[in-house]
Design a protein around this ligand. Structure first.
Ligand SMILES: [Zn+2]
Length: 63
C-alpha cells in the first residue's frame, strides 16, 4: 500500500517513516499523529491518497 501526497507526489513509506519529523521507521500511515504534515510541501494527512498496491507481495517473483 502506498501513501502519496496529492499535492507534491511525496511517497510515504512505512518502512522508512519520517524520522526527521518524529515518525519512527515502521510506523503505519494510520498511526501517524494527525498533526503530521508532508515533509516536502506541508500538506496535511487528509491530502494524502491511499493507493492499494497488490503487486507488493509478488515483487520478488518476476521472471
Ligand atoms: Zn506534499
Amino acid at each position: 500500500m502506498k501513501f502519496i501526497c496529492a499535492l507534491c507526489g511525496y511517497n510515504y513509506k512505512s518502512k522508512e517513516g519520517d524520522p526527521e519529523n518524529g515518525v519512527a521507521p515502521g510506523t503505519y500511515f494510520e498511526d501517524i499523529s494527525d498533526d503530521w504534515i508532508c515533509p516536502l510541501c506541508g500538506a496535511s494527512k487528509e491530502d494524502f491518497e491511499v493507493i492499494e498496491d497488490e503487486d507488493d507481495i509478488t515483487d520478488d517473483e518476476e521472471f
